[in-house]
Design a protein around this ligand. Structure first.
Ligand SMILES: [Zn+2]
Length: 74
């Protein structure tokens, strides 16, 4: 559930060895990237996705160049 993914409180031991509860405040919008499953960014901002798209674009360019080069030149 969402509440478990984004805990509002965390437990920690203070300097006196006492277990304390600390409220957690998220400064960032809790988003989960569906590509690399990292928080802090959405799929549209995913670096992994951008990297892949850049690579694909470069590959497409190479393929297009290859087609042109393979065209018969009579
Ligand atoms: Zn991502």
């Amino acid at each position: 559930m969402l509440n478990n993914m984004y805990p509002l409180e965390v437990m920690f031991e203070n300097e006196h060895g006492k277990i304390m509860k600390q409220k957690v405040e998220y400064e960032w919008k809790p988003v989960l990237c569906s590509r690399c499953r990292n928080f802090r960014h959405e799929l549209s901002e995913c670096r992994m996705k951008l990297k892949e798209e850049t690579r694909n674009t470069e590959m497409n360019k190479e393929q297009q160049m290859g087609k042109i080069n393979q065209a018969p030149t009579n």
